[in-house]
Design a protein around this ligand. Structure first.
Ligand code: E4P
Length: 217
């Protein structure tokens, strides 16, 4: 399972990268705004800065919602760096654009996916990644994980190569449940990755080992 971090914060990306388990980064317009990155040139520069910090794929989202606009923006983003994956919303013109990008060899991440039908469309259009938002489904009392399971079944039934990128992951249990189901990738906050480190028996055991070592010396 690949681990992506869902942030535009360079310090957090560096911290996750330093752990040695990071496979990529996802961003979105809200995450860019949260870091105070505004204006087209600053936004484009920030994507390049992220690419220079990590080795894996970096999702950069288009703002346009019409076919021509998505193509123009997506091509500009894809030219920025070879690690860029163009993030396109699950709307009619988005699906058309994913098909166009796929034919051009430009990699895509179909975002804002909330149903298995949408995921099927994204795969048929040739998306590299599909991003079902499990946390936002859980927020409205709908089982986000069962969506991941449904998409896994559908993609396996037909051998679709689109990777399931479990998005809107909020905590470590989401990560583990997605791993059990067989999501290809998860993207979440730094805490969902570093939280996997924690176990009280590890802390107790280590304290005891160190104490016993001191006694023996
Ligand atoms: C996906 O790529 C999105 O950026 C993200 O996972 C959304 O997460 P949120 O629901 O926590 O905003």
């Amino acid at each position: 399972m690949k681990f992506f971090i869902d942030t535009a914060n360079l310090a957090q990306i560096e911290e996750a990268e330093a752990l040695g388990v990071l496979d990529g980064v996802t961003t979105n317009p809200s995450l860019m705004a949260k870091e105070g990155i505004t204006g087209r040139n600053n936004i484009l520069k920030h994507y390049v800065d992220i690419c220079n910090l990590v080795e894996g794929d970096v999702s950069a989202e288009v703002i346009a919602t019409d076919f021509e606009g998505i193509i123009k923006e997506g091509e500009e983003l894809a030219e920025l760096h070879e690690q860029i994956v163009v993030k396109v919303p699950m709307i009619k013109d988005g699906v058309k654009a994913i098909k166009y990008f796929s034919d051009q060899g430009i990699r895509t991440n179909c975002t804002l996916v909330f149903s298995a039908g949408q995921a099927l469309l994204a795969a048929k259009a040739g998306a590299t990644y599909v991003s079902p938002f499990i946390g936002r489904l859980d927020d409205i009392s709908t089982d986000g994980l069962s969506l991941i399971q449904d998409i896994r079944t559908i993609y396996d039934n037909y051998g679709f190569e689109t990777e399931i990128l479990a998005a809107s992951v909020r905590h470590t249990m989401h990560v583990l449940d997605c791993a059990r189901i067989g999501a290809d990738v998860m993207t979440g906050p730094l805490s969902a990755i570093t939280g996997l480190l924690n176990h009280p028996l590890t802390d107790i055991g280590l304290a005891k080992f160190l104490e016993d070592h001191k006694k023996g010396n």
